[in-house]
Design a protein around this ligand. Structure first.
Ligand SMILES: NC(=O)c1ccc[n+]([C@@H]2O[C@H](COP(=O)([O-])OP(=O)(O)OC[C@H]3O[C@@H](n4cnc5c(N)ncnc54)[C@H](O)[C@@H]3O)[C@@H](O)[C@H]2O)c1
Length: 106
């Protein structure tokens, strides 16, 4: 299947993408990389080192021969671009993880 993983650069989205790619699916990550920008803005970084999405997909291809495609789209702002992308790519399934996490305050 051709599967779009929205938020596929994130904590849940990336391993989901690897798992589905490993299972033989064609994976298209759609992400605006906002999570990385938020970390930069706050001056914090992941507890475990995190390569760029380009480097992640390059390593995955080198290790497995499989390709994971990346598309820089903001789901909240780039509506026309997203609509066109969906019309062009016609994914069989969409998995939606693209949101900003919020921790409860109490
Ligand atoms: N992390 C957990 O333990 C956990 C547990 C249960 C449920 N969830 C849910 O899973 C989902 C993803 O969580 P996560 O921990 O992977 O978060 P995350 O912040 O690591 O990943 C979210 C991804 O979505 C992207 N994104 C955010 N806004 C976007 C936008 N407007 N357009 C495109 N991409 C956008 C971010 O850049 C990021 O890569 C959330 O709905 C979260 O509530 C997470």
């Amino acid at each position: 299947m051709k599967i779009a993983v929205m938020g596929g650069d994130g904590f849940i989205g990336w391993p989901t993408s690897l798992h589905l790619s490993d299972a033989g699916h064609e994976i298209h990550i759609v992400d605006n990389l906002s999570r990385r920008w938020i970390d930069t803005e706050l001056g914090v970084q992941s507890l475990t080192p995190m390569d760029s999405i380009q480097e992640r997909t390059r390593i995955w291809h080198a290790e497995t021969g499989r390709r994971i495609h990346f598309h820089l789209i903001d789901l909240a702002k780039d509506y026309e671009i997203l609509k066109q992308w969906l019309a062009d790519e016609k994914p069989d399934a969409i998995i939606h993880f693209a949101e900003q996490r919020a921790a409860p305050t109490r």
